[in-house]
Design a protein around this ligand. Sequence first.
Ligand SMILES: Nc1ncnc2c1ncn2[C@@H]1O[C@H](COP(=O)(O)OP(=O)(O)OP(=O)(O)O)[C@@H](O)[C@H]1O
Ligand SMILES: [Mg+2]
Length: 373
Amino acid sequence: MITYAEIDGFKNLSGIAFEPDSKYNIIVGPNAQGKTNLLEALWILSGCRSFRGSKERDYIALDGSRMSAKIKIRDLVREQRIELDMSRSTASPKTILLNGVKQKGSRALFDVFKCIAFIPDDTEIIKGSPEKRRSFIDMAASQLNPVFVVHINKYNAIMDQRNALLKEIMQGNAPAAVLEIWDRQAAHEGALISYMRNEYVGRINEICGRLYRTISGGSEELELEYKSNIFRPEDFEKPCGEEAYEQYFQKLRDTAEYDIRTGITHAGANRDEIPIKINGVSARDYGSQGQIKSAALVMKLAQAEIYKKRSKEPPVVFLDDVMGELDETRQKFVFDIIKGMQVFITTPNESALLPEIEGKIMRMSGGRLTEEN
Ligand SMILES: Nc1ncnc2c1ncn2[C@@H]1O[C@H](COP(=O)(O)OP(=O)(O)OP(=O)(O)O)[C@@H](O)[C@H]1O
Ligand SMILES: [Mg+2]
């Protein structure tokens, strides 16, 4: 739970300092005042990249030279401090402090501050490219198990190297035999990622099925599946080990010639798909807007539920402009699941919120926040 927050110089925000309510924090204001920016500034202190895909260099106000964001976060055991400072100077562009101690990267923050964001763009998880679904699963799984990020980063680095090498081989600047070394490493990381994704998709599928049945009044079925292009479902019954690495490696070897001709890697975790079906047909291709919206919401709620079960401390929930769009029944459904969590809600129109949502109301205007009594 966030007990104190301070933000200055992040996008249009300036001089913000407040003590959030332990339950509901409602941020109201007209469009383009900085409501989403506030959630975003808090969110990045969890060590995750911006939920709306902003680049780090765009965090600093256009007419400013530095930004700072700071929170105090309390769990059952203690209160901790997270501080982020960024400056345009190249000498020390970014500093992350955890309890006053300088951190090399943002990984340590993952364990301290866990949060989930619901944003209007979430529907991209359903209707966007396979990459959107992979990154949703990867981010959700990483928050549960930070080791996952390490494998993802390693895998991505190996893929960049492999793809660069493919082009070198194609142009005759490198011997084809060198590729095998990269394939061994890619197989190791790729297999681990595939197994972890399979496990997470299995868990989230179970919960999504149940939640979607409820939200649709029992009339519709939502189903997620993990489709690896290396492993069959029965392969995942055995633990990930030598046999899996070898299987992955062989597949890379089999497609190597084609990869060299085209300059890209065709097999592996970078080509995984996570098909999402409603009543047996692809939600991406056939879903109505309402179905797509509900399916995205259910996936986020399932993520929240997995979290809640896993950790002693519930995650902080950010609801950016999503509640006003939901009818009363669906809002109730959402609030039932996030009960007991600290929530930050933004809306241009507070009358669209359920009357039972009571808490601290704050107004955002021109990047400044004022509390309402
Ligand atoms: N790097 C930046 N420096 C200064 N201002 C910025 C920067 N990036 C974005 N902004 C400004 O922030 C404002 C948008 O803030 P934000 O997206 O938080 O609005 P909002 O209150 O959530 O609005 P809406 O209700 O439309 O979602 C815009 O006025 C935009 O110009
Ligand atoms: Mg907004």
